[in-house]
Design a protein around this ligand. Structure first.
Ligand SMILES: [Mn+2]
Length: 349
């Protein structure tokens, strides 16, 4: 692997943290809830065998988590693929634990200290976290058995350019002849597994048991088929909704409007799938939320209508409503009681 330059932290800091590990200090490993986060946790845990492994959303990085770890006598905390927009959590964590933080998101502050080793290459999102973990921990232990999983994370996080040579080697090893690009619809051993893992992650997030996926992913790429049945449930729901869209959509002023309430968290995946099928149509999808609101997404793939503007005009002045985005894609929400008003506005705009 080509050497990686870290803008904050260094391989020396990493090695210091690792050589400080011992049998008696309890370790917690936390990582993000997407494919990059899952792959990072899998790679790191192969080496450190943490006492607690948790996949967390950003809002869970709070005082309660630190208190829980303290109560469980955690001494060392490892974070991977976790973005932070301020350093409050890290500074508090650095007071309680020896911390290793490996990340590739925007660098807000260099929080390296005697207690915190923070490694981030910075720059233009060249590497995903799983690749960074694989690169660093491979210096301690041979992790080639997980190269396929790391390659899937690279595809999923759009980080397949800077590490091109390595990606090519892994694609060749697994005889995947597809073009190495994110969002590919081509078939191939790695592309297929990557899409399947993304769907399986949606499944386990919905049943609130994402850590289960770490148990089910093994070293052998062929074993990962055990996850297929979960991924298929999610895939089937998307297909079913797309089919229903074809039959049940309303057309208001040349735009497609459709309401659906999925079991899985597939709102944006479904919006993308449908709008890519109709690039010259504005597609408006409504999803009832648990409270008294609708989530609304608007997409226009060819950008011939500014859906950010449309969204703002439709929601203007509505009680408890808000939203916006960019020319081709916007999201928002409004109260259920305003559905008719929302549609009336669509007729006039
Ligand atoms: Mn990531």
């Amino acid at each position: 692997m080509e050497p990686i330059h870290f803008t904050v932290g260094s391989e020396k800091r990493f090695v210091e943290f690792i050589s400080g590990l011992n049998d008696k200090d309890k370790i917690a490993l936390i990582s993000h809830t997407d494919l990059d986060g899952v792959a990072s946790a899998k790679v790191v845990n192969e080496v450190v065998d943490a006492d607690i492994v948790k996949l967390v959303n950003y809002e869970e990085l709070n005082d309660k988590l630190i208190a829980d770890f303290k109560e469980q006598k955690i001494k060392r905390l490892i974070l991977t693929d976790l973005m932070m927009d301020n350093m409050d959590f890290m500074k508090k964590a650095g007071k309680e634990f020896e911390v290793l933080w490996i990340d590739h998101h925007k660098i807000i502050e260099d929080v390296n200290s005697d207690k915190i080793a923070y490694l981030n290459p910075g720059g233009n999102n060249n590497y995903c976290a799983a690749y960074l973990c694989y690169y660093l921990f491979s210096k301690i232990q041979d992790l080639e058995c997980y190269d396929w999983l790391v390659a899937c994370a690279c595809l999923s996080d759009f980080t397949v350019y800077k590490n091109r040579e390595w990606m090519e080697k892994v694609f060749a090893k697994y005889e995947d002849k597809s073009e190495i690009k994110p969002m590919s619809s081509e078939r191939g051993a790695l592309q297929d597994v990557k899409r399947m893992l993304e769907f399986a992650i949606i499944y386990f997030k919905t049943v609130k048991n994402l850590e289960k996926i770490l148990e089910l992913i093994g070293k052998d790429i062929n074993e990962v088929r055990a996850l297929e049945k979960y991924a298929d449930e999610v895939r089937a729901e998307i297909e079913e909704i797309v089919e229903r869209f074809e039959k049940e959509r309303e057309e208001i002023n040349g735009r497609f409007v459709f309401e659906f309430s999925p079991k899985f968290n597939i709102g944006s995946l479904t919006s993308n799938t449908i709008s890519m099928k109709y690039p010259d149509k504005t597609v408006i999808l409504l999803r009832p939320l648990e409270e008294d609101k609708y989530a609304v997404s608007m997409r226009r793939q060819n950008s011939k209508e500014d859906v950010d503007k449309l969204m703002k005009n439709c929601l203007q002045g509505l009680e408890g409503a808000g939203g916006g985005g960019h020319v081709p894609a916007a999201g928002g929400h409004f109260l259920k009681k305003d559905l008719n008003l929302f549609k009336e506005r669509l007729k006039k705009l």
